[in-house]
Design a protein around this ligand. Structure first.
Ligand code: SF4
Length: 166
């Protein structure tokens, strides 16, 4: 099937196809999965299937490694900056005790002991996982939304920082 006919989030690509498209070994793709950078769909028989969105995520990861000299830890930290709470109803008591909110330990879809409201979320179908995150968009995702006034708490934190620096 031509790529253009495939729905962006449809899990149809095998790990072999993904590896071939990226020009890497299958083990490399599996390693990215083990590191929690990407979440392939798993069939009942345990077969992994990837979507075009997963493929784009992996292309971005390859770009960060090959062209920008980042390592896996750096990429995890970069993904950890995504303000997931903004997509999950805003900061609440769940978030205040959630490691994703207070630490930079990795993408929220890869963290255990997240807040109650997220613990039952199906991460592959979550708006946060489905964001088009890349080296080119991460800044907008982390700061652009703040500038749009969508994260009031962070907006006020920024303002406090600005005032302090005056
Ligand atoms: S993962 Fe944690 S910080 Fe993110 S929305 Fe869920 S509870 Fe809040």
């Amino acid at each position: 099937m031509p790529e253009s006919n495939i729905g962006k989030y449809e899990a149809v690509l095998t790990i072999g196809t993904v590896a071939q498209k990226l020009g890497v070994a299958v083990q490399t793709v599996r390693m990215y999965e083990n590191e929690g950078l990407v979440l392939p769909h798993k069939t009942n028989s345990g077969r992994r299937l990837y979507s075009m969105h997963d493929l784009e995520r992996l292309r971005c990861i390859r770009e960060m490694i090959v062209d920008h000299g980042m390592n896996i830890s750096g990429i995890k930290r970069m993904f950890s900056l995504i303000p997931c709470w903004d997509y999950m109803g805003g900061v609440d008591d769940d978030c205040l005790s959630c490691p994703v909110y207070s630490e930079a330990i990795g993408p929220c879809w890869n963290v255990r002991d997240v807040g109650e409201k997220c613990i039952r979320a199906t991460c592959r179908e979550c708006d946060v996982y489905r964001l088009d995150v890349s080296c080119h968009t991460i800044k907008n995702i982390v700061f652009g939304r703040v500038a749009e006034g969508k994260i009031d708490k962070h907006k006020s934190l920024l303002k406090t920082g600005e005032e302090k620096s005056l």
